[in-house]
Design a protein around this ligand. Structure first.
Ligand SMILES: NC(=O)C1=CN([C@@H]2O[C@H](COP(=O)(O)OP(=O)(O)OC[C@H]3O[C@@H](n4cnc5c(N)ncnc54)[C@H](OP(=O)(O)O)[C@@H]3O)[C@@H](O)[C@H]2O)C=CC1
Ligand SMILES: N[C@@H](CC=O)C(=O)O
Length: 412
């Protein structure tokens, strides 16, 4: 039996976690005789090389994907423009591929899967969605005989970490973001985390596994956490809610509704009790009804553990002499909900130097519950559609001394 050789593209937060788990205690991969032999990085120093005996460090990514001795390429490098051609090349070279790269897989996952099928290799990416939570394997396998109606949860660890720090530790937004970066949770460009792009990429991948659909980024209604303040949390709590950064893919009457936004969530709801960099996912389905999984959504070892699970799946297939099964089949035509079909109660936050909440609501002709103070107005509206919300935004813009801060959906 010849050794199974693994080549890493990247040896940063996640890549170093993969090596650490393998070095410490991964008996199942040891039994499969699978080992990391080469890793591509940007910078090599003698001290860095000395930390990894038995692993050849290189700055040449092609030296990994073209190495005839490498069986499995693990891409934990990030980015799209460089990694897409590298993974195409690895697959064409007959290598199995594992990736944690949601940016890449949300856009090119279907093409890469097709290419992997043509070349009889595996393409797995459990770590790309919700770090340690085995959500993709669960949707692909455990839900094969069920009909999913909604997948909702906290998909970005950095956003949840920042909001937790702001609300529980009293940190400023900037301090909380810096800590998330230091801890290795944030992307190299944290804009993707705090503006909801990262969660939107994950939601696109989740839609593939839960609904067999391949929506595009433009199909996701997205807003980030950057405009939230402690006053929002205080007003929400008066009505029994907290605020959580949710990603929601809901199927109603055959129409898929995709939203990434901070949502008001009832304080007693399980998603309200998920803090720090933890993620959570709640799956609603016809037969199983509802299950929730929670766990670290970012960080070195939690994310690496998902990579290791994929490595074991692929190495086991190699040892069995079989082709790894395709991770997912996505062949359902996309049917995306329209603005009229996207309906929820809303939390409208306005600023005014002169108007009280009841005056603002009268001007805007909206009902609901209201709070005002210190120039801020908070309105909890009844259920309205995106079309009605857009009309409301138009009215706010036309009203003297009334500025829109944000409108958040209320999770129901
Ligand atoms: N961090 C997390 O918690 C999670 C990350 N992910 C995803 O995993 C991937 C990796 O993330 P993370 O480990 O945090 O990123 P890091 O920035 O920590 O690591 C990136 C690694 O890739 C190497 N690298 C980058 N560009 C090149 C290049 N052109 N040539 C050679 N090597 C290169 C870097 O080298 P060097 O070290 O020399 O700079 C570094 O080792 C990303 O796709 C991310 O979205 C997914 C889930 C969780
Ligand atoms: N930056 C991401 C890392 C994991 O996907 C996050 O914060 O969730």
């Amino acid at each position: 039996m010849t050794q199974i050789n693994i080549g890493l593209l990247g040896l940063g937060t996640v890549g170093s976690g993969v090596v650490a788990i393998l070095q410490k205690n991964q008996p199942r991969l040891a039994v499969l005789d699978a080992h990391v032999v080469k890793a591509a990085v940007r910078t090599i120093t003698p001290a860095r090389q000395a930390k990894y005996p038995g692993i050849e460090l290189t700055t040449d990514t092609l030296a990994v994907v073209d190495d005839p001795n490498i069986d499995i390429v693990v891409e934990v490098m990030g980015g799209v423009a460089t990694t897409y051609p590298l993974l195409e090349r690895a697959i064409k070279n007959g290598k199995h591929v594992i990736s944690a790269n949601k940016d890449l897989l949300s856009v090119h996952g279907v093409q890469l899967a097709q290419l992997a099928k043509e070349h009889h290799v595996g393409l797995y990416y459990e770590a790309a969605v919700m770090g340690s939570i085995p959500i993709l394997h669960t949707l692909a396998n455990a839900y094969a005989g069920d009909t999913i109606t909604r997948v909702a949860g906290i998909a970005n660890g950095t956003s949840n970490f920042i909001l937790t720090q702001m609300v529980r530790a009293g940190s400023s937004y900037a301090e909380a973001l810096r800590l998330a970066q230091e801890k290795g949770f944030a992307e190299s460009d944290p804009t993707n985390d705090v503006e909801g792009f990262d969660a939107a990429y994950k939601l696109l991948i989740l839609s593939r596994f839960a609904f067999g659909m391949t929506p595009a980024l433009g199909d996701v209604t997205r807003q980030g956490i950057t405009t939230l303040t402690r006053a929002d949390f205080a007003a929400a709590s008066v009505w029994g809610y907290t605020i959580k950064p949710l990603a929601v893919a809901a199927m109603t009457n055959g129409q898929l509704n995709l939203t990434v936004s901070p949502h008001l969530v009832p304080a007693a709801h399980p998603l309200s009790a998920v803090f720090d960099e933890n993620n959570a996912v709640m799956i609603d389905s016809v037969n199983t009804k509802q299950i929730t999984m929670t766990g670290p959504g970012a960080g070195s070892l939690p994310t690496a553990s998902s990579v290791i699970a994929d490595l074991i799946t692929i190495a086991s297939a190699i040892r069995a002499g079989i082709e790894p099964a395709p991770f997912v089949d996505a062949a359902t035509p996309n049917t995306i909900a329209t603005a009229d079909q996207r309906v929820s109660e809303r939390f409208v936050v306005l600023h005014s130097e002169t108007l009280q909440a009841d005056q603002a609501a009268a001007n805007l002709d909206i009902g609901g519950k209201m709070i005002s103070g210190e120039g801020s107005i908070f309105i909890h509206t009844p259920a309205i559609s995106d079309t009605q919300t857009n009309e409301l935004i138009g009215k706010i813009e036309r009203t003297k001394d009334l500025q829109l801060v944000h409108i958040l959906p209320i999770f129901g």
